[in-house]
Design a binder for this molecule. Structure first.
Ligand SMILES: O=C(O)C1=N[C@H](C(=O)O)C[C@H](O)C1
Length: 292
């Protein structure tokens, strides 16, 4: 279900600051045309924290329509750090949503037993399969391979978006012994190639707004065992990701998409501030001349 590249779409804004739904629709078609297997709505990249409930609903609606037309998976980010309200948000997901990306409870640091209790409770209530979003440098909560493996045994938990900030011992251990039906998706753009080499099923990667086809080829190359091709692509795309993450995500990506005429403005909502012109032009340069 999760194999391949899933693009966590940016939320473009028009010149009056409203969500540009038509631009989302175009971007969605474009990345699916270029080989993405699915979309992620309301991720960090989509600036979910700054969207009001009506905006969130409209973003999901557009993405669900495109995914239904294209036979693609729509995953929706469900953000919350208490179990009751997260369960409610899951129950209220509209039809057309295929999976929910649920972050490890952040800030509270409930410990690994709390993390297990949280996801096991959500798994009992969710109408769609869950993907755990493990990103300790944002949540403040570590989760070991053993805990992820235990959660992965639950039939309603389909995978983990793994974003530990690098390839750590837990990534190696988890990918060496995955529960049946549980998959790992890379969530640190710069480390996607080595994670795929270890056996990841794909990735949820903001960088794949650009060069979507090459990211899809990277996944296919590792899955086909073509290490020579995979390494070459991996190094090229890592350079692109480094340039796109030179400032807080998704500011540089929005700058590049705007410069390419794909979104009406590069605007982000506070507390994010737009990327500097230098970062945007450097990322555009790397996209064209990756230094092969
Ligand atoms: O929104 C997402 O999903 C992603 N967010 C990460 C982040 O901003 O840290 C980056 C990743 O590419 C996908």
């Amino acid at each position: 279900m999760l194999r391949g590249i899933h693009v966590p779409l940016v939320t473009p804004f028009d010149t009056s600051g409203e969500v540009a739904l038509d631009a989302i629709e175009k971007l969605a078609h474009q990345v699916l045309d270029q080989g993405a297997k699915g979309l992620v709505a309301l991720g960090t990249t989509g600036e979910v924290a700054t969207l009001d409930p009506g905006e969130r609903a409209r973003v999901i609606e557009v993405c669900a329509r495109v995914c239904a037309e294209r036979g693609a998976l729509l995953t929706v980010g469900v953000t919350g750090n208490d179990t009751r309200s997260t369960a409610r948000a899951l129950r209220e997901l509209p039809s057309g949503v295929g999976a929910a990306l649920v972050i490890v409870p952040y800030f509270l640091r409930p410990g690994e037993r709390g993390v297990v209790a949280h996801f096991e409770a959500l798994a009992e209530e969710t109408p769609v399969p869950l993907v755990i979003y493990h990103i300790p440098y944002r949540t403040g909560q570590s989760v070991s391979a053993a805990t992820l493996r235990r959660l992965g045994e639950h039939p309603r938990i389909a995978g983990v978006k793994y974003a530990a900030g690098g390839i750590d011992q837990d990534a190696v251990s988890l990918l060496g012994d995955l529960p049946d039906g549980f998959e790992v998706l890379g969530g640190d753009d710069a480390f996607i190639s080595p994670l795929l080499a270890l056996g990841a099923a794909g990735g949820i990667l903001a960088s794949a707004h650009l060069e979507t086809r090459r990211f899809a080829d990277l996944v296919a190359a590792w899955h086909d065992g073509d290490a020579v091709r995979a390494r070459r692509l991996g190094h090229r795309l890592a350079r692109l990701s480094a340039a796109l993450f030179a400032e807080p995500n998704p500011t540089v990506i929005k700058g590049v998409l705007h410069a390419q005429g794909l979104i009406p403005t590069p605007d982000v909502r506070l507390p994010l501030v737009p990327a500097g012109a230098e970062s945007v032009s450097q990322a555009r340069l790397v996209a064209v001349h990756p230094g092969e």
